[in-house]
Write a protein of this length. Structure first.
Lengths: 297, 347
């Protein structure tokens, strides 16, 4: 019996493992998370229908009919029924998504940019600048976020722009705090020291070495804030501080329909359902993103 | 290839003082960290490094040993400007830092490899980008910096075609530490500080990396400052040895001489604690008991007197003078100073 052996001089070629870029890896992991995928699909459908509402052939959300008031779900011509002025609920919910999503996402995006900048500065520079920024954010933490939003909106007066401003102010402190803590922990790592040792300036270090490692966690946190923001903005509209009638907006619709809760509870609950579904999807998606973005070590 | 090789080997700072001038001279180098125990408590300082003098000669490997917390890493970080100097001078090739030499230029001559191979690599950058970062921030164009990185990957034993685009989590510990060495070399330093650079690797990988360091020293004409707690490794790589205790240097000498005869009781205790390969030579009694004293409030006189088996009354009162025992062998101990008043002092 003979054995064929590999001579020691032969170099065995090991095929190179394909390198996966970071975002390709995130997508690969997210694809195996059905809950996050379903939520992403629902959110995309909502955003799509809200964006293209005028071209999708729905009924006019402003035209009512006094004889068709508060029709139940399943009425012919009005699949989701009508509201207290006889306007088509489906159309109003879809059109309402435009304002509601806009009011939910814009303040968070603005607060994300401002809060991340402040948090990066506080966490990276440290010292008295950190103390100044973080103590000021602590002042905002002293108030419950809903109360703060109501107070600022009340002071500025009702209206969409003012509620955007007040919601942005409400969300800057929590994002700043998360950004500061993530930055402070990254700053202590040896690769930042190594970058300093190679003579890089602080701006370059933050841009190349720090930013990529802190944006992920802050982004995920901001995604989860979007649902909170939607609820608070709905609350502001509910209290009459945000959107004014007859604009369709989920919070405002919930407010005006609440008097009809004994007559037609299912229709009255629909705007609330939309807020609930959207928030839930945003939360589950941000949860999925969080685990997908965890680099294995 | 040969053109780029000559380009990449040349150190970024040219030699100034000739081979006889030490590459690094530290004079009374001090680093104190302020600590606050409470708002109204008196301010205290951790005396991490407390007035040390030493030199690193061109082309040699200086081993630095001592317990954790003795100031080894702080000394390294002082030399590269990562912690602020409280007092004293750092002189690089005859040029004093802060007077004749900027910190930015010092960092072109001195680089460091950190212990934790994972924490010292940015997880979001490919290893090629990590190595090219240093040259890039020093004005080398992107394409050339990447060429330098690929050339270095080849020299540290990682095939650029396979590894250049990889991320740190796709590498083994030994490979990551090679990348860290490559990143430091991309700055073309003349002194490379290795702060426990091989301590976290397993023995076979450690040996490969040590051999690589030996090759690189010849190729790049490097000087090493090798910090480690593993005396066997230090013996393998070092020409001279520096022993630190609680922020001070207690003994400096040629590595081989120190291995055979330790002058300072602390050095002797360190060597006695070395695990032996010979079962008959195993030590049963720990050579030193307890932990080092608190560097916030170090003992008076000789800092080692609280744990020294040969301490006498004088040790607690006066700081020992530095005595020269042989060529390049110095010790700070009353036992070796005939005029110290220690009853067991050599005469």
């Amino acid at each position: 019996m003979t054995f064929t052996t590999t001579p020691a001089s032969v170099v065995i070629e090991v095929p190179a493992a394909p390198t996966v870029s970071y975002w390709a890896g995130v997508w690969h992991r997210l694809r195996r998370d059905p809950a996050a995928l379903i939520c992403a699909a629902i959110l995309l459908a909502l955003i799509f229908s809200a964006t293209f509402a005028p071209w999708l052939g729905f009924a006019d959300p402003y035209t009512g009919s006094m004889i068709n008031r508060l029709k139940p779900i399943g009425t012919e011509g009005h699949i989701l029924g009508t509201d207290e002025l006889g306007r088509d609920m489906l159309s109003r919910l879809i059109y309402g998504g435009r304002l509601t999503l806009f009011l939910g996402i814009t303040p968070v995006v603005t607060a994300f940019v401002i809060g991340t900048t402040l948090g990066l500065i506080a966490g990276y520079v440290g010292g008295w600048i950190n103390a100044l920024i973080m103590r000021v954010t602590d002042v905002f933490f002293a108030f419950p976020s809903v109360l703060l939003a109501i107070a600022i909106s009340g002071a500025l007066g009702a209206g969409i722009v003012n509620s955007l401003v007040s919601l942005t102010i409400v969300f800057i402190p929590p994002i700043t705090r998360v950004a500061e803590s993530v930055t402070a922990s990254v700053r202590k790592l040896d690769y930042v020291d190594a970058a300093r040792a190679s003579g890089a300036g602080n701006f370059t270090i933050v841009r190349v070495q720090v930013l990529g490692n802190v944006l992920g966690p802050i982004f995920v946190y901001a995604t989860s804030l979007t649902s909170v923001c939607m609820i608070i903005s709905a609350g502001l509209s509910f209290l009459g501080l945000g959107v004014k009638p007859p604009e369709p907006e989920w919070g405002l619709m919930l407010n005006t329909l609440r008097t009809a809760i004994y007559i037609n509870p299912w229709v009255a609950a629909l705007p609330g359902m939309m807020i609930f579904i959207t928030s839930l999807c945003l939360n589950l998606l941000s949860d999925g993103l969080r685990s997908a973005m965890n680099v294995r070590q | 290839m040969s053109a780029s090789n000559t380009l990449s080997i040349a150190p970024s700072l040219a030699d100034v003082g000739g081979p006889a001038q030490p590459l690094i001279t530290a004079r009374d180098l001090t680093c104190h960290f302020p600590v606050r125990s409470g708002t109204f408590a008196p301010k205290k300082v951790v005396r991490a490094v407390d007035g040390i003098d030493f030199t690193i000669r061109k082309g040699e490997t200086l081993g630095v040993v001592g317990e954790s917390g003795c100031g080894k890493s702080t000394t390294a970080r002082l030399l590269i400007g990562l912690v602020p100097v409280t007092g004293g001078k750092i002189i690089y090739d005859g040029q004093e830092l802060g007077a004749d030499l900027s910190l930015r230029n010092l960092r072109r001559g001195v680089q460091m490899v950190f212990q934790d191979s994972f924490a010292s690599l940015n997880p979001r950058l490919t290893i090629e980008e990590t190595i090219a970062f240093g040259p890039k921030v020093n004005g080398v164009p992107q394409a050339e910096a990447l060429a330098i990185a690929r050339d270095l990957l080849d020299r540290i034993g990682l095939d650029p075609a396979r590894f250049a685009g990889r991320y740190p989590h796709e590498l083994s510990g030994g490979q990551r530490q090679r990348v860290n060495i490559g990143r430091a070399l991309a700055m073309r330093p003349r002194l490379l500080i290795l702060d426990e650079a091989v301590s976290a690797l397993d023995k076979s990988v450690e040996a490969q990396v040590l051999n690589l360091l030996d090759d690189l020293r010849r190729d790049f004409d490097l000087t090493y400052m090798f910090i480690s707690h593993d005396l066997n490794v230090v013996r393998f790589i070092s020409d001279r040895l520096m022993v630190m205790y609680l922020g001070e240097i207690v003994e400096v000498g040629p590595a081989e001489a120190l291995y055979h005869k330790q002058a300072h009781p602390y050095t002797a205790a360190l060597f006695a604690a070395m695990p032996s390969m010979d079962p008959d030579a195993r030590t049963q009694v720990p050579p030193l008991a307890g932990d080092p004293p608190n560097p916030i409030d170090p003992p008076s006189g000789c800092r080692f007197h609280t744990r020294c088996p040969q301490a006498s009354a004088v040790c607690g009162m006066t700081r020992p003078k530095v005595t020269t025992l042989g060529p390049g062998h110095q010790v700070a101990c009353h036992l070796h100073d005939p005029n110290s008043g220690h009853p067991e002092a050599t005469t």
